[in-house]
Design a protein around this ligand. Structure first.
Ligand SMILES: Nc1ncnc2c1ncn2[C@@H]1O[C@H](COP(=O)(O)OP(=O)(O)OP(=O)(O)O)[C@@H](O)[C@H]1O
Length: 299
């Protein structure tokens, strides 16, 4: 399948700063890719290059088969900046009608677009009275003008409450199911885990990891934490059985073990029978995995 977005060995420097170094990425039709990285990792630079707003030094970028920024690419790409702002005195419908007119399209399409993003009920209210989640929906409605094949969303859910975030991702799911490719940046790791197909981690302008969260978890091979709650009166016996365990201060014992040692350790604990009151196994968190990859280059 041809990729909607194809980036190959992309490099971009700003004077002495290498904002992107040798980055390759493919985004297929209907896929949602999350771009993660610390401040200054190169996310915005990549988005600006894809949108054709800034030039790059070397490598190649193909947006729907065309050069970024070309009329052909621009007709098929839409962008939602992190803090999209609209005229507060306009209604949602007026704002979208205005954008449709700018794109040379029939303003009558506005209501249909607002309906798609769940904003039809508020279409005739002024944007000044909208919540942040509703304004993001106006932004998303704007991106849908002309049925783009690629959506570039810069932290689209920042500042939204959990319910608005979930609703926003539901909308994205629908668009992806209809074939739109979505490249979004986010700092909210839990949402990208559940709501995107792939995660790409940039660090210091380099692509340091790419894959599903499960694949990245496997690659990172971070230790698992096991918390044992001893039965009453068995504390000393358990501590003796696991001399490497650390007391947590709440009566539990904390063990850290490699993934490969997890099952043998659990068998060892199970063999203690009633001496153990409870057991918790805590896999590495998303934050642990993200930190592991984004700091691998010594940042
Ligand atoms: N116009 C510019 N002139 C000089 N340096 C720049 C310019 N734009 C970006 N940079 C540098 O390029 C690097 C990558 O910046 P970029 O804005 O792409 O990071 P980011 O991952 O989007 O960060 P954030 O999460 O803070 O938005 C940084 O070191 C930044 O200082």
């Amino acid at each position: 399948m041809t990729s909607t977005l194809q980036i190959s060995r992309l490099t971009k420097r700003f004077d002495t700063v290498e904002a992107l170094g040798d980055v390759s990425l493919a985004l297929e039709q209907g896929k949602r890719v999350a771009l993660l990285g610390h401040n200054g990792a190169g996310k915005s630079t990549m988005m600006k290059i894809v949108l054709g707003l800034i030039p790059f030094d070397s490598g190649s970028v193909s947006v729907c088969g065309a050069a970024p920024g070309s009329a052909e690419a621009r007709a098929q790409v839409a962008y939602l900046p992190e803090n999209a702002s609209f005229h507060p005195a306009l209604t949602g419908e007026e704002q979208i009608r205005y954008y449709l007119a700018l794109r040379g399209q029939d303003p009558k399409l506005a209501m249909g677009l607002l309906e798609k993003v769940g904003l039809a009920h508020a279409a005739r209210r002024r944007i000044g009275g909208y919540s942040k989640g509703m304004r993001q929906r106006v932004g998303l409605a704007q991106t849908l003008i002309g049925r783009p094949r690629l959506l570039v969303l810069d932290e689209p859910t920042s500042g939204l409450d959990p319910v608005s975030r979930r609703d926003f991702y539901d909308l994205l799911d629908g668009l992806a199911a209809a074939g739109t490719a979505i490249l979004l940046s986010s700092h909210v790791l839990t949402e990208v885990e559940a709501r995107t197909d792939r995660i790409v981690i940039l660090s210091g302008g380099r692509l340091v990891a790419e894959g599903t969260l499960a694949a990245l978890r496997g690659q990172a091979a971070l230790p698992v934490v096991v918390l044992i709650t001893p039965a009453a009166g068995e504390e000393a016996a358990i501590a003796q059985a696991f001399p490497e365990a650390v007391c947590t201060g709440d009566g539990r014992l904390r063990l850290s073990c490699e993934q490969a040692r997890k099952l043998p350790l659990l068998s060892q604990i199970a063999a203690l029978g009633a001496q153990v009151a409870d057991l918790d196994v805590i896999p590495p968190s998303l934050e642990d995995i993200y930190s592991h990859f984004s700091r691998r280059d010594g940042q």
